[in-house]
Design a binder for this molecule. Structure first.
Ligand SMILES: [Fe+2]
Ligand SMILES: [Fe+2]
Length: 183
């Protein structure tokens, strides 16, 4: 988390520990995303939103595969919290889906907005360094924005208590990110 705030200077390349934390948290996040969509598909997979959920789940599977590969090649240890994200991700997806399609889509919008902000911060921190990592982040980020737009197009914002739900899920995402960087 070092760096100059002066925007007229390019950010220095991240230190090795900072880069490892980035890869660790992104791997954890994509793992969580896979589990969220698995939970949603367990409830809504056979319904009208099934194909959309399958499309997003497949993209998350590819994001996770890419970060898993990067994690191994860069010799970064995964977060110790994967068992927690396994359960918590699935539970979040299944619980929101059980409350209805709009709530499931509201969950998607909230998660993807939080992840977009997270990836944007990482892109800024990387600057022109670590092209391989930056390219992967940019690819994932573009598809997270596609997921957010799918959620909005499928009436996420008409879910009951949308703002409260969205704020709660985003807070949860930020806590999960902070924990996965450190543990
Ligand atoms: Fe993703
Ligand atoms: Fe996503």
């Amino acid at each position: 988390m070092s760096g100059q705030d002066d925007a007229s200077f390019p950010a220095p390349p991240p230190s090795a520990p900072d880069l490892a934390r980035m890869i660790r948290v992104d791997h954890a996040g994509e793992y969580g995303a896979v589990r969220i969509y698995a939970g949603q598909r367990a409830v809504l997979g056979r319904g009208p939103k099934g194909p959309l959920l399958a499309h997003m789940a497949e993209q998350e599977r590819q994001h996770l595969a890419s970060f898993s590969d990067l994690l191994v090649r860069r010799r970064v240890r995964p977060t110790a919290l994967l068992p927690l994200w396994n359960v918590a991700g699935f539970a979040l997806g299944a619980a929101t889906a059980a409350l209805g399609e709009r709530v499931a889509m509201a969950c998607t919008v909230a998660v993807e907005e939080a992840i977009d902000a997270h990836y944007a911060g990482q892109e800024a921190a990387l600057g022109n360094s670590e092209a391989e990592v930056a390219t992967l982040i940019a690819r994932c980020r573009a598809e997270e924005l596609e997921h957010r737009d799918i959620g909005r197009a499928n009436e996420a914002e008409r879910a009951p208590a949308y703002r409260l739900l969205s704020a709660a899920i985003k807070t949860g995402c930020r806590v999960a990110i902070a924990l996965s960087e450190r543990l």
